[in-house]
Design a protein around this ligand. Structure first.
Ligand code: ATP
Ligand code: MG
Length: 397
């Protein structure tokens, strides 16, 4: 038998899992998530997202592609899963008809019903709804039920005012919506790690301000384009994303004049934190994010990380510090930054550094060698910064 056309979905159903810091925060959490979803999906939904019985829903705009809208919602931090759904009356026979229509639009294969009753006054409980709808589909299609090996799952959510029937469930990143926490200044290098680190802190609810240091005498426009491409990708998760470029060449020239090659990398990194501190203060951010992973490169021994971080006045969050390169690479693929990160670029930190750098730096020794006016240099470099906001929507041309 030819499958019937799939019934049209008119709604987006969004479920969340984690609610941060417990207590009376659920409402705040839901409001932030509604706002972020509405921003990301403003072309695909009408009337915004509303809260009902532990889920959020929005009406799909006429002409919107339900699958594409759900895929977009599935990128938003805080979303556990979402689905394009068909809205029906909370009446068992109407629900039965909708599930049957969905089942008839699929070919063969085992199926299962996954019903949830949030309206406890509905005459059947969830297992009973599963049983009766399952029996209907079996007798109409001859397809077997399999809880473990179902090819299709028919989701049903029964609420007081209305019910939802859906077949396609997309997993989101979970975590907390961006804006539940304060802001962090994320140092992004153009490598694989730092964009993933920034993303991980977004999924903890933090607002992010990206900062990249570049040496204009060694780098081409390619670096700027690469960082912008990374920011554009990350903005799909974050929403409009502030990005600051800092010209680092003057600082590097000054460091090269007085600091031996073996510890220049460490001193560059310390200088980055002094400049990033001025950006942090300007935006009242609460700390920094880096892509450090312990032991991955010479600057990431515990000794060197300790000396580098001593220059930061606010906490440094490095969510990848305990992960392997292959774990980080897999995450980069998952969030779509991998293809951008592997493009070649000129790294400002390779500017006149030793081939065999110090791996066991001593804080006192490094500080003694920093014979330049670091606060004045940081202030001068900071003055040359260039900031913009990267919007997730491509500009209309
Ligand atoms: P990445 O893959 O992000 O480059 P990495 O593991 O290769 O990280 P390093 O290149 O040693 O490590 O840099 C450590 C961290 O310092 C980076 O993850 C990033 O947070 C920060 N960083 C390094 N270079 C820059 C830069 N030019 N601009 C901004 N931040 C930087
Ligand atoms: Mg790097």
């Amino acid at each position: 038998m030819e499958p019937a056309p799939a019934p049209r979905c008119d709604r987006l159903l969004v479920h969340y899992a984690e609610i941060g810091t417990k207590g009376g925060n659920r409402r705040m959490f839901e409001e932030v998530l509604c706002r972020n979803l509405a921003g990301a999906l403003r072309d695909s939904v009408t009337g915004g997202f509303g809260r009902e019985s532990g889920r959020l829903t929005a009406r799909l705009a006429p002409g919107a592609d339900p699958g594409a809208a759900a895929a977009r919602a599935a990128m938003i931090p805080g979303v556990a899963w979402c689905a394009p759904a068909r809205t029906v009356r909370s009446d068992l026979e109407v629900i039965r008809e909708a599930v049957l229509a969905a089942a008839l639009s699929h070919g063969d294969g085992a199926f299962r019903i996954d019903a949830r009753r949030t309206d406890k006054s509905f005459p059947l409980d969830s297992p009973a709804i599963n049983a009766t709808l399952g029996a209907t589909v079996v007798s109409a299609t001859g397809r077997p039920v399999s809880l473990r090996a179902a090819v299709h799952t028919y989701g049903v959510e029964v609420d007081r005012q209305r019910s939802y029937v859906f077949t396609e469930r997309l997993e989101g990143p979970g975590g907390l919506p961006v804006g539940c926490e304060g802001e962090l200044v994320a140092l992004v290098s153009g490598g694989l790690d730092s964009p993933v680190a920034a993303w991980r802190m977004m999924v903890r609810g933090c607002r992010i301000h990206l900062v990249h240091f570049l040496n204009r005498s060694v780098s081409t426009n390619r670096v700027v384009e690469k960082i912008e491409a990374l920011a554009a990708r990350l903005s799909l998760y974050h929403g409009p994303l502030p990005l600051t470029f800092v010209p680092f060449d003057e600082a590097q020239r000054e460091i090269v004049m007085v600091v031996p090659a073996e510890i220049r990398m460490i001193v560059y990194r310390r200088m980055m934190f002094r400049i990033a501190e001025l950006i942090r203060a300007e935006h009242r951010a609460m700390g920094f994010v880096t892509g450090d992973s312990v032991g991955q490169v010479a600057s990431q021994t515990l000794e060197n990380l300790a000396v580098i971080r001593a220059a930061a006045e606010w906490p440094v969050y490095s969510p990848l510090c305990g992960l392997s390169k292959s774990e980080i690479t897999e995450m980069a693929r998952g969030i779509g930054t991998y293809e951008i990160s592997i493009l070649p670029h000129e790294d400002c930190c390779s500017f006149l550094v030793a081939r065999h750098p110090e791996t066991k730096a001593d804080r006192g020794a490094v500080e003694a060698l920093e014979r330049f006016d670091a606060p004045a240099l940081a202030a001068r470099v900071f003055a040359g910064r260039e900031s913009r906001t990267v919007d997730p929507r491509p500009p209309i041309s």
